[in-house]
Design a protein around this ligand. Structure first.
Ligand code: 5GP
Length: 181
């Protein structure tokens, strides 16, 4: 094994793809009821939310629009940094729109708080948050999660769109990454 290389054997399944699929369907049913007729704008936070977003919108199956924003908190490693950086913003007008943030995982809450401040300046009608995974024990700032898939323990997870140094996004299950990297 090359120095620094991470192996699939260091991963253990936390939530299976079937469990994820069922929960995404339940979330979609809830969201559909709340947003039917509102033409919501689903705003995915790149890159981690892209798999969730694509599964969710097909299960939602109502008129909606999507946009993506790119923020970075983690650098190349497992520890988050307290500084959030806007990598790509959005140019579409948000005034009077119903914005639903689509996040992969909420950890300290700093990314979502930053995004709320950014979006509020654009005067949307509403801003809500849907996250597939949440690590509430890690919270540094208060965040209201309107639609939650799963609470997860304080471990580093990968898969279903979520990476470690750009690896493992393709895994269909959510996996815990064990050991030193
Ligand atoms: P927060 O700002 O809430 O601390 O962090 C949110 C972002 O950190 C998520 O969008 C995600 O990109 C990243 N993150 C948080 N926990 C994990 C984790 O367990 N694994 C990975 N790969 N990224 C995580």
């Amino acid at each position: 094994m090359l120095e620094g290389e991470t192996h699939l054997s260091q991963l253990s399944t936390l939530i299976t793809k079937e469990e994820i699929e069922n929960r995404v369907a339940e979330l979609a049913a809830e969201i559909r009821e709340d947003y039917l007729g509102k033409n919501p704008l689903l705003l995915g936070i790149l890159k981690g939310s892209f798999v969730f977003m694509s599964d969710l919108i097909r299960k939602l199956n109502i008129p909606l629009e999507i946009e993506f924003i790119r923020l970075s908190s983690y650098g190349a490693g497992k520890e988050p940094s307290n500084r959030i950086r806007l990598v790509h913003g959005i140019n579409v007008p948000l005034k009077d729109r119903h914005v639903l943030i689509i996040e992969d995982i909420v950890d300290t809450g700093l990314t979502v708080r930053y995004l709320h401040d950014y979006l509020n300046r654009k005067r949307p009608s509403s801003i809500k948050l849907c996250t597939l995974f949440d690590k509430p024990s890690r919270r540094v700032v208060d965040v209201t999660v309107d639609y939650l898939g799963f609470k997860v323990p304080d471990t580093f997870v990968v898969g279903y769109g979520i990476d470690f140094d750009e690896k493992f996004r393709y895994l269909p299950d959510l996996c815990i990454m064990e050991g030193q990297v």
